[in-house]
Ligand binder design. Structure first.
Ligand SMILES: C[S@@+](CC[C@H](N)C(=O)[O-])C[C@H]1O[C@@H](n2cnc3c(N)ncnc32)[C@H](O)[C@@H]1O
Length: 207
């Protein structure tokens, strides 16, 4: 598997956190994320989809049954949990260990690409988003849930200060300028909704 610089560290961090990941997010999952995930997966188009950064497979229960879905992640321990979740649900999901910054897919194969809370931890998010654009069909779309750096100056500064600690402990950067990164990767943003204050965004984009 080809990996970009920094990916080994990301993999190690998520391998380490995998046994606790669902527990850490249990409350917010119940209160917020679950309904957002259900809504996001109801928006997919076409019959071939890619999920990047599948993690422990929290989106798997919402996968439409009539769409062929391939899911990738850089962390084998997270993928093991996703595999268990798929088995419990009796679903066949193609789960692959892969770096989103170097996807082993040909150009223009997927109708929809979905990713939730991933580009905060990808070492080079613009490179990853460019890869997604490469493998997306010209008529396809990108659906994302992402937490981003707050636009409030004081909060933004606070998040910058806290980021080195947070990224060490949980592997996620809390000060990513993801909207800018999506545009820099060449995507055209069609929908941008603020889901939770200023920080969590629902994003729909076209190549
Ligand atoms: C915060 S978790 C989110 C997991 C899942 N999408 C969810 O909504 O619960 C971030 C996931 O992205 C994966 N990831 C981080 N960098 C990656 C990369 N370069 N390529 C593929 N997966 C990556 C991590 O291993 C982790 O499973």
């Amino acid at each position: 598997m080809r990996k970009a610089p920094g990916s080994n560290l990301t993999r190690r961090r998520y391998d380490r956190i995998a046994p606790f990941y669902d527990l850490l997010e249990a409350l917010v999952e119940r209160l917020r994320f679950a309904s957002w995930r259900a809504r996001l997966w109801s928006r997919i188009v076409g019959n071939r989809a890619l999920e990047v950064g599948v993690g422990t497979g929290k989106n798997i229960p919402y996968y439409p049954r009539d769409v062929r879905i391939t899911a990738v992640d850089i962390s084998p321990r997270m993928l093991e949990r996703a595999q268990k979740r798929a088995s419990v649900l009796g679903l066949e999901v193609e789960l692959l260990e892969m770096d989103v910054q170097h996807l082993a897919f040909p150009n223009h194969v997927f109708d929809t690409i979905v990713s939730t809370f991933v580009f905060c931890s990808v070492p080079n998010p613009v490179l990853g988003l460019q890869e997604l654009r490469r493998v997306c069909k010209p008529s396809g779309k990108l659906l994302l849930l992402e937490h981003i750096r707050p636009s409030n100056r004081l909060l933004g500064f606070l998040f910058d200060m806290l980021n080195p600690l947070v990224v060490r402990v949980v592997g996620a950067n809390i000060n990513r300028r993801t909207m800018e990164n999506i545009r820099r990767a060449g995507w055209r943003i069609r929908v941008e909704d603020r889901l939770s204050s200023d920080i969590v965004r629902w994003i729909e984009a076209e190549p």
